[in-house]
Design a protein around this ligand. Sequence first.
Ligand code: BES
Ligand code: ZN
Ligand code: ZN
Length: 461
Amino acid sequence: MHAFASPTPDATPVWLVSPDNWEGVKTSIGAAATAFAERCGFKPKAGRIQLLPGEGGALAGALFGVDGESAPTRDPFAAGKLATSLPEGVYRFANPPHDADLAALGFLLALYRYNRFKSDSAPKPRLVAPDGVDKDRLERIAAAVAFGRDLVNAPANALGPHALEQEAVKLAEQFDASVSMVRGEELLGANFPLIHAVGRAAAEEPRIVDFSWGREDAPKVALIGKGVTFDTGGLDIKPASGMELMKKDMGGAATALTLARLVMQEGLDLRLRVVIPIVENAISAPAMRPGDVLISRKGLSVEVGNTDAEGRLILADALALADEEAPELMLDFATLTGAARVALGPDLPPFYTDDETLAGSIGAHAARVRDPLWRLPLWRPYEAMIEGTVGDISNSGSGGGMAGSITAALFLRRFVDKAKAWAHFDVYAWNPKPRAHGPAGGEIQAARALFELLSERYPRR
Ligand code: BES
Ligand code: ZN
Ligand code: ZN
């Protein structure tokens, strides 16, 4: 499903038509096809598709409207729409796309469907990889993104803490990484009190998965991902509307695992550590209560201002663990706050770091591969908002919800001090509406951007 078709002389040509080249395309398709397209009302506008008839009922080609080079709305993934609109068959671009890599990747990403529970799946069109792209690399990226989307889309009854742990373990084993897990009551002995407190009310035990891969003396890079397989909010229960999508609250874990897979399958030269705290934020007698004070792995005491701010609690212990070996770079991913969506909407996740060079590099790579990210500040004056009344810090903040994504990031920062550089990504992990390069549902954000960054910093040897 994430693969290109092998080149064949009878692949159906698709012309990418913008106002800039329409006259030229008319000449290549000929007068009859032009007249037919115009008779059908075709215009060289972004998103328009026009099939061209051949002899004896055959399909001679297709026209696909794209934005001209100067259009501000130009979407380099636009060709993804072809994957969901063209009839079954094998196609090739008749003229080169503006950015062949992104157009081809857009097509592969658009083929994705979550069909684990669907009894039928419609046949799909296939594309011959355009000239000049690294076909295998694009296929590997599309397969990794599909893996991550599958995790996010899996309903919580199919992907609870045990199943998510198994997915992480399976991935680690595929690449001969060394894995360890701590589960249930053992979390207390191993000093993960916050992960235990958040997950102890659920039917499946809370746990942490920790795997390491790569040359031992290579630079250390740690990836941490929020693995809340379902977030009811806990005793501070969410309303039905707020709970609807909460199977995706392990989107940070899915992102970290996707990025880990990209790194391992590419064989980048780094020492990778992946730490995934996994819980279900459920409600039962042992549930943590508002007002409880917990002593974290790092020793800071944390007051539970709100049981629904569970993500930062489990991340606190996971970040503290990863920080202990002073990695060169530490990246965490989490569907952490509703406030991030209020600020930037579903498609533009905010990130936080104090490292100016890293921030610039993240922004540049994100823009280059069209995996958009936007920096927000670790605004120190708001530290006052996360001060605890009886504990050192509170997990909910006193700003009445103001600057909620920033105060969550400031909370996490308290658990990082040895890492040379750290960045936090408050991802949404979801497409509310279908996009050219993917259907509505689970989405992996930030992983492609960071894969580019890591590929540049730690190329394979
Ligand atoms: N998982 C949610 C955040 C979330 C909600 C992400 C909706 C994406 C979409 C998180 O655990 C949460 O509930 N956060 C609270 C924090 C608050 C209680 C301080 C929030 O954002 O409202
Ligand atoms: Zn929550
Ligand atoms: Zn949550």
